[in-house]
Structure formats: structure tokens, C-alpha cells
Design a protein around this ligand. Structure first.
Ligand SMILES: NC(=O)N[C@@H](CC(=O)O)C(=O)O
Ligand SMILES: [Zn+2]
Length: 440
């Protein structure tokens, strides 16, 4: 049976919102037509008047913590959090326990994701065994098992030779290498970036070069090997300069940036609060401006959350000993919508594109577009209602966010994956009930 989402605001090819009906059938977008024109007897109808309907959001950098760290998150809780944040496809990092460095762990992740039955989960596999940087994993077997790319995210691959070998192998398999860029010799246990905050609290600072030195090295290695090289969570002006040059000279380099690196600088850290500790760290205002400019001009291809849940106990260990990372799914779209689109700085279609079409294009996914024949991965958003970020309401197990109390607009209210509604907000539910309709 078909489901009609009626009177939704859909961005047309010129990026203008138009009132439309969207028909979902057999998991596919069966049709898009003028508002009110698709309703027919015997069909389920979802009233979406005044709401924005976009392709389901895609997040190519997330940590789901299973296997091994289920106290932080499970594939089920992470998937639910993603669905609530409007995401329909997420790519999970291999820094689990055991590390996703064998076909067995890839299969386990895919199995758990299927059981959860919420969003599409694409696993990355590790570049090196146990992410120790010593021995390459079996790329062919990992690809065969369903891994979509190789990364040691959480740590940088310290050896240039190891990275070059990895890139050669990945290129031969037509697979991307996704890099957490960090030179450990330049970091030495510092919890925050170099800058005013580190100075004020007498902390060692993480310098910008620790990231950019790997970006530069790896762009040269990508040029030499021909691999698709993707830079994780870009946070520095210097990295951006190098990526821009790499793209100019035709190296297959792509990049991502996180909402927090577009919104916050080290000057904003209110005090020794570990909800502000993440890797890469919050940098200077100048770096933030460079990230924004690079996202707008396409040097940075996409937005990712780097959703990194940790338990309250772990985050209570103080600035030096607590783990790096903040949660991201449930605040990403509202944060960026409120800060950049509602203020008139960015066009809405640009934000949507960087979270849908662009990641799909870069990673070759059949997703990210709202058109007839595409999978019915869809997100409905309420652009008007303002609500405070309340970590106690999160679906993720993590409460570690620096955005608690922020007043935001642009909250997702319903999410469909392959035509199945995997999440809806309370008020959407009641509207359906009043109309005596159900979306399933
Ligand atoms: N980003 C973080 O601060 N933490 C990530 C690791 C990572 O993505 O580098 C984590 O796994 O907790
Ligand atoms: Zn990382």
C-alpha cells in the first residue's frame, strides 16, 4: 500500500520550497506532485503542512560503540538517536572492542544494525590490526564482508610507509581511505587546542600542525597512489589550505567537518568542563571561519557529526583523563539551521546538500536525493518551533554535549527509511491519531 505525505514543503531544483505531495510505495519514492493532487481513497495520508521534507540526512562519521563499549552506546540506541536526528544512513567507525579489523566484526555490526531495523548502517573497517599502526588488515576480505572504506579513526596512522601501503591496497580494490589526521609526536597528551583556554588553565595545547602535517603527507601519498583519500573532521586553517591545493591539482581528496567546529572556538569553552573536550579540539576563531568558508566553497564536501557518546563516569574524570568526544546526531541539523540558515547567512539548500547529496556523491551511495525512483529515505522537519537542547531527552545513551540549553529551531519530526517510518515526534503521532491514520 502507498503512503502519501501531503502538503509538505519540498525544495525544487532551484532550491525554492514548494508545497508538494510525495508518494511512497514499496520503499521507493513513487511520485512527487502538486500538493493535494495525490490523495486517493484507501491510502495512508500524513499531513505535513508547514513542514520541510528533505532527503534523509547522511552521516559518514559516527561511533556506535558496539561491540565492546555497550555502556556508552549500542547499535540500537545509536540508530535510534540517528533516526531521531533525521539521519537515515550512518557510517560507523571501527574503534570498537574488538576493533572492526576482521570480517567477523564487520558481519556482527551489520547483523546488529539489521536487528535494530532503524537506519542504514555502513561499517568502516580498520586500516591496521587493532588500530595499532603496525600491520595492515585484510582489505579484500573486509570489503567482501561489507566494509565501505578503511580508517583507523580515533588515532592517526603514524607511519607514512604504512599509510602508503594502505592506500595502494585500497586503490586496487577501488575503496576509499578515511583518515583521522594526527601526528602523535606533536600532541603529547594535551586535552585542548593551543590558545587562550590552555594558557589560562595551564594545560598543554594541541597545535594545528598535528592535524595538518598528516593532511599534507597524505595528499602527497594519495597523489602517488591514486586512492580516494577522505579527511576526517577537518578543524584547521592549515589543513584546509592543503585540501584546497590538493583538489586544485586533481588529487582525489575529499573532506568533512563537524557542527562543533563550525560553531565553537576554544575561546567559548566556559571552564574545565569535559563536555567541551573532543578530538580534534575546538580551535581558534580563525580556524572556525576557515572551516565555514571551506564548507561554503566546496573545499570541505560534507558535514558529519562524529557522534562520540561516552558515559557520565568516564566524562567525570576531568580535562586530562576523560575521553575525547561529544554526541552529535540529535542536535546537528537544528544547530546548523538555527545558527546559519535562520540568521540568513547560508541558503537552506546548501545546508541540506552538504548533509545529503554531497556525502552520497562522495561515497557513491544510492541515497541523498528526493526524486521519483529513489529510496524513500526521508526526513520531515519543523522549521518553526523553538526548543531547548535537553540531554535528558536524548535517545543516545550519551549526555556529553556542550550544547545543553541552546534554544534551537529546525527539529526533525519524522524519519522514513526505505519507506518505513522509523521515528516520529509526539506531536506528529497525535496528529495522525486525530485523523485516524497511521504511517506504518
Ligand atoms: N572524536 C572524538 O573526540 N572521539 C572519538 C574518536 C575520533 O573520532 O577521533 C571517539 O571514539 O570517542
Ligand atoms: Zn577521529
Amino acid at each position: 500500500m502507498a503512503v502519501i505525505i501531503t502538503n509538505a514543503s519540498v525544495l525544487n531544483s532551484e532550491g525554492q520550497p514548494e508545497r508538494m505531495d510525495v508518494e511512497i510505495k514499496n520503499g521507493i519514492i513513487a511520485g512527487i506532485a502538486e500538493a493535494g493532487s495525490l490523495k486517493a481513497a484507501g491510502q495512508e495520508v500524513i499531513e505535513a503542512e508547514g513542514k520541510l521534507l528533505i532527503p534523509g540526512l547522511i552521516d559518514m562519521h559516527v561511533h556506535l560503540r558496539e561491540p565492546g563499549f555497550e555502556h556508552k552506546e549500542t547499535i540500537e540506541t545509536g540508530s535510534r538517536s540517528a533516526a531521531k536526528g533525521g539521519f537515515t544512513t550512518i557510517a560507523c567507525m571501527p574503534n570498537t572492542k574488538p576493533v572492526t579489523d576482521s570480517p567477523e566484526v564487520v558481519s556482527l555490526v551489520l547483523g546488529k544494525a539489521r536487528e535494530a531495523g532503524l537506519v542504514k548502517v555502513l561499517p568502516y573497517a580498520a586500516i591496521t590490526k587493532n588500530e595499532l599502526g603496525e600491520e595492515l588488515t585484510d582489505f579484500a576480505a573486509l570489503k567482501e564482508a561489507g566494509a565501505i572504506g578503511f580508517t583507523d579513526d580515533g588515532v592517526g596512522v603514524q607511519s607514512a610507509q604504512m599509510m602508503k601501503d594502505a592506500m595502494k591496497r585500497a586503490a586496487a580494490l577501488n575503496m576509499p581511505v578515511i583518515a583521522h589526521c594526527e601526528d602523535n609526536t606533536l600532541v603529547e597528551g594535551a586535552p585542548v587546542a593551543e590558545g587562550a583556554f590552555a594558557e589560562k588553565y595551564g594545560l598543554k595545547g594541541i597545535p594545528n600542525e598535528s592535524e595538518a602535517i598528516h593532511v599534507g603527507r597524505d595528499i602527497l601519498l594519495a597523489e602517488a597512489t591514486g586512492v580516494h583519500y577522505h579527511v576526517c573532521h577537518v578543524s584547521t586553517e592549515q589543513s584546509i589550505r592543503l585540501i584546497r591545493l590538493g583538489k586544485q591539482i586533481g588529487v582525489k581528496v575529499t573532506a568533512e567537518v563537524c557542527p562543533h567546529h563550525l560553531l565553537l572556538s576554544e575561546e567559548d569553552i566556559p571552564g574545565p568542563d569535559t563536555n567541551w573536550k573532543m578530538n580534534p579540539p575546538l580551535r581558534s576563531r580563525r580556524d572556525v571561519e576557515a572551516c565555514i568558508e571551506a564548507l561554503l566553497d566546496g573545499t570541505i564536501d560534507m558535514i558529519v557529526t562524529d557522534h562520540a557518546p561516552h558515559s557520565a563516569e568516564e566524562k567525570a574524570k576531568g580535562m586530562l583523563l576523560s575521553p575525547f568526544g561529544i554526541v552529535g546526531f540529535e542536535t546537528a541539523f537544528p544547530l546548523l539551521y538555527t545558527a546559519f540558515v535562520a540568521t540568513g547567512q547560508w541558503e537552506l539548500p546548501l545546508l541540506v546538500k552538504r548533509m545529503t547529496e554531497d556525502p552520497a556523491r562522495v561515497f557513491g551511495l544510492n541515497a541523498g536525493v528526493l526524486k521519483a525512483g529513489a529510496p524513500a529515505d526521508l526526513t520531515l522537519i519543523d522549521l518553526d518551533t523553538e526548543r531547548e537542547v535537553n540531554p535528558d531527552d536524548f535517545a543516545t545513551k550519551g549526555r556529553n554535549t556542550p550544547f545543553a540549553g541552546w534554544k534551537l529551531k529546525g527539529w526533525p519530526v519524522a524519519t522514513w527509511v526505505d519507506g518505513r517510518q522509523v521515528w516520529s515526534a509526539g506531536d506528529m503521532e497525535s496528529k495522525k491519531d486525530e485523523a485516524g491514520l497511521s504511517a506504518d
